[in-house]
Write a protein that binds this ligand. Structure first.
Ligand code: 3PG
Length: 306
């Protein structure tokens, strides 16, 4: 059996070494495609593999069609909006993710971005502190929970809204559950976005929602660019000169945002949330173990397609 790691954004070497160990000790072969620049390289690399480990790499119907022996794709990470699940299901390919494995890394970056924002992007002027501010966690999954844990250390007042998470889970963490998304944006000085990109969440963070936020509010997005209505965000920021947007997912209108809001907008040049050795090891090794367990024992835990 042949396993491919296809990562435009490579894992740390220590994680690749660990994945190799897992795969080779199961008697399988590991091949690597890193930092590829053309889709054709991916199409060529998948031709004879049984399993693929990816990150945000796009696995669309064309890639699945080119992978004639493919049995499983594991997204080493949380969001799997980069995989065409229908095409995978139709081709009999199992798709899995590795939930929670990179969550702390993403949550820590939320605070890196927030401190940068409240200190006015380190421009030397007087900023504000996070202590005592109201933080809204928009979706209380693995990353949201880690954000809550860290926010306690900053002495923030923590609120969360999650349409699918039971309120008791939120309450047990000492976080105040709010019962609709409007209440979250209305209540909180800072909202941290952790919703997945799905047909119903795309562009759901729009001007109407941002209008509810108090003066001087900050939106931090380490989730997906697609969940923000970028045109409405620009309009909103033009009419709200106190509002800041910090993001680990570069919007399509990045150049416009930089030009218009140089002191109120920042995006990492490449998605950095999960880019730590620890997260690479956790998610990469989990992916390798899941592949071995699937190919050897048929274990389908963490399967996300039908
Ligand atoms: C995820 O969904 O796990 C995160 O967005 C991390 O994505 P990455 O593996 O491309 O850094």
């Amino acid at each position: 059996m042949k396993v491919l790691i296809a990562t435009d954004k490579p894992f740390a070497k220590i994680a690749v070494d660990g994945i190799r160990q897992e795969i080779e000790s199961a008697g399988f072969e590991l091949v690597l495609l890193e930092k590829y620049t053309e889709k054709q390289q991916l199409l060529d690399a998948v031709a004879d593999v049984d399993a693929i480990i990816i990150r945000s790499d796009i696995i669309d119907a064309e890639v699945i069609a080119a992978a004639k022996q493919l049995k499983i794709v594991v997204r080493a990470g949380a969001g799997y909006d980069n995989v065409d699940l229908v095409a995978a299901t139709n081709a009999g390919v199992t798709v899995m993710n590795t939930p929670g494995q990179n969550a702390n890394a993403v949550a820590e970056l939320v605070f890196g971005l927030l401190v940068y924002a409240v200190r006015n992007f380190y421009n030397g002027t007087s900023g504000t502190e996070l202590l005592g501010k109201k933080l809204g966690i928009h979706a209380y999954g693995n990353v949201g929970r880690n954000v809550a844990r860290i926010a306690k250390g900053f002495g923030m007042k923590i609120y969360a809204f999650d349409a699918f998470c039971h309120v008791d889970i939120i309450k047990n963490d000492g976080v105040e559950p709010l019962f609709n998304v409007h209440k979250l944006y209305e209540t909180c000085d800072i909202v941290s976005v952790h919703i997945p990109a799905t047909p119903s969440t795309k562009k759901s963070i729009n001007a109407a929602l941002l209008e509810l936020m108090p003066k001087g509010a900050i939106l931090v997005n380490t989730a997906r660019k697609e969940v923000v209505d970028e045109a409405e965000l620009v309009q909103f920021m033009e009419s709200h000169p106190d509002f800041k947007y910090v993001s680990d997912v570069m919007p399509d209108n990045h150049e416009e945002m930089i030009a218009k809001f140089p002191n109120r907008y920042f995006s990492t040049p490449k998605k950095m949330g999960a880019q730590t050795s620890e997260a690479n090891i956790n998610a990469g090794l989990a992916a390798a173990k899941q592949i071995v367990d699937f190919l050897v024992n048929g274990n389908q835990q963490f399967k996300v397609n039908n």
